[in-house]
Each structure stands twice: as structure tokens, then as C-alpha cells.
Design a binder for this molecule. Structure first.
Ligand code: FPP
Length: 261
């Protein structure tokens, strides 16, 4: 399990009502293209354009960790031409955006199995991670060939191989062994294009995440919609499994050890 370098410390959210970590399932590129009688690859290209306004809104609001679901372990079953176009798009986008992201102090991290990626893409990913590893203004995780179940299995195997007694395994140890080890769990998971599914995304880390689904297709999602999702999040009451109506005690800290990294 090749994993990103240990995450650098980034500031927490700018105020307590903000999510520390937002994760997005970017869905609907294909539908966006079909409505315009364009090839699916054009939808993915438009999807790339939609990322910048979202990172800018995160920065403006003071959200410092963002995770984007770019390619799942299940996406290999798409037509070969689409998969190839996506892989080329990943290399091209990382190469193009790296300098600016680095200049903004963003740490780029890639979550997922690297073994199946082309040597070129693996080298690009490695280079982007090592160039930005010292940055501390924010973290952009790209989930690439990522699957939540296989992440958990790989982490448990790795712990067993490193000699950890699995009979003593606890939540904090497993959390640290995931690709996101050392990062706060996502507080808010957004899915575009209307489907109300988790699709094997951050299964462990999503335990207490708030979900926000919109019918908007990913290429049309922008900073304004993200702002709406964040405002909705701020208005929600998070219970972390406890009961707290008026007059009842609120939990002082979320129960998961993962929150402290
Ligand atoms: C889902 O839409 C989208 C994807 C599988 C690919 C998302 C990838 C990008 C936006 C590029 C990101 C690039 C980097 C470097 C982060 P879909 O094709 O399933 O849409 P549909 O459900 O309408 O067919």
C-alpha cells in the first residue's frame, strides 16, 4: 500500500461552524456532456474546470482540507477509451496545476492503489506529492483508483505484516493506517448529480459526516453552491450518536480518536 507522505499540519477551520474537511463525489460529467451532444471526455474536461472555483471557495471560507473523488476502483469497468482519456487528463491536469497549487501552499496528496496506474501517472503523482509535501496552507486529496473497502483491507493487512497484534487492534490504530491517516475525518460529504449513494467513498472516515446532495451536475457546480452546502452544514445539529435536546448535555468532543489524527 503505497501511501502519501505524512500530512503536514494545516490550520483548523477558520471558525467552529465550518467543516475542517470537505469531501466531494464529483458526479454527472457524462450527463453534462450528453446534454450537449459531446463525448464523455468533454464532460470530464469540463469537470476539471469546475475544481478551481471550489478550491477558491474553500480558501475564502477557511476550509483547509478538501478531498475529491476522481476515479474509483470500479471505474476501470468503463470503456477503455474513456479510462485512457481520464488517465491522460489526470497527468495533464496535475502537470498544469502543480505550480500554482504549490505557490498557494497547498499540499497535494493522492489516496488509492497506485500499482494499477501507468508508470507515467505514478511518477506524476509521486512528483506532485514530494514537491508539495512541506506546504501548510491547505491539503487537497485526490482519490485516484480509490475504494473504501479495499483501503480498509489493505490497512489491516499492512498492520498485520508490520507485526501489530490484530487482537488488540483499536480504531485509532486503524485510522492512522488508512490513506487519510493523520487527517481529520470529513465533516461534510457532497455528492453532485442527484444520486444518494456513498459509492465506496471514505467508508470508514464518513462515520459521522453530514451528507449534502444536489441535482446539479459536477461541471455546473461552483463556489456559490459550495457556499450553500457549507451554510447548510453550519445550521445542522451534529449529535455523534448522542441525544441532546434542550437542557441535555452536549458531547464535548466527537467520540472518534481519528479527530486528533
Ligand atoms: C463521474 O461522472 C466523474 C468521474 C468518474 C471522473 C471525475 C474526474 C474529474 C472531474 C477529473 C478530475 C481530475 C483531477 C486531476 C482531480 P460520470 O462520468 O459518472 O457522470 P455520469 O454519471 O453523468 O455518466
Amino acid at each position: 500500500m503505497e501511501r502519501p507522505p505524512d500530512p503536514n499540519t494545516v490550520p483548523g477551520p477558520a471558525h467552529p461552524g465550518l467543516p475542517a474537511h470537505i469531501a466531494i463525489i464529483m458526479d454527472g460529467n457524462g450527463r453534462w456532456a450528453r446534454r450537449r451532444h459531446l463525448p464523455r471526455s468533454a464532460g470530464h474536461r469540463a469537470g476539471v474546470q469546475a475544481i478551481r472555483p471550489v478550491t477558491e471557495e474553500c480558501d475564502r471560507q477557511g476550509v483547509h482540507v478538501l478531498t475529491l473523488y476522481a476515479f474509483s476502483t470500479e471505474n476501470w469497468s468503463r470503456p477503455r477509451s474513456e479510462v485512457d482519456a481520464l488517465m491522460d487528463l489526470f497527468v495533464e491536469t496535475i502537470d498544469r496545476e502543480l505550480e500554482e497549487l504549490d505557490g498557494e501552499g497547498i499540499q497535494l496528496r493522492f489516496l488509492g492503489h497506485r500499482e494499477e496506474l501507468s508508470e507515467k501517472l505514478r511518477a506524476t503523482v509521486r512528483m506532485a506529492e514530494s514537491r508539495t509535501a512541506g506546504n501548510t496552507n491547505g491539503i487537497l486529496n485526490i482519490a485516484l483508483n480509490y475504494g473504501g473497502r479495499s483501503e480498509i483491507v489493505a490497512a489491516v493487512r499492512e498492520l498485520a505484516e508490520s507485526g501489530v497484534d490484530l487482537r488488540q487492534l483499536d480504531e485509532a490504530t486503524l485510522s492512522r493506517a488508512l490513506y487519510t491517516g493523520g487527517l481529520p475525518d470529513p465533516d461534510l460529504i457532497i455528492r453532485t448529480a442527484g444520486e444518494q449513494r456513498v459509492s465506496n467513498f471514505l467508508l470508514w472516515q464518513a462515520a459521522y459526516a453530514e451528507l449534502w446532495v444536489t441535482d446539479t451536475l459536477w461541471p455546473d457546480f461552483g463556489g456559490d453552491q459550495l457556499g450553500r452546502a457549507i451554510a447548510d452544514f453550519g445550521a445542522r445539529e451534529r449529535k455523534f450518536g448522542a441525544v441532546h435536546g434542550p437542557g441535555e448535555a452536549r458531547p464535548v468532543v466527537p467520540p472518534l480518536a481519528t479527530r486528533t489524527g
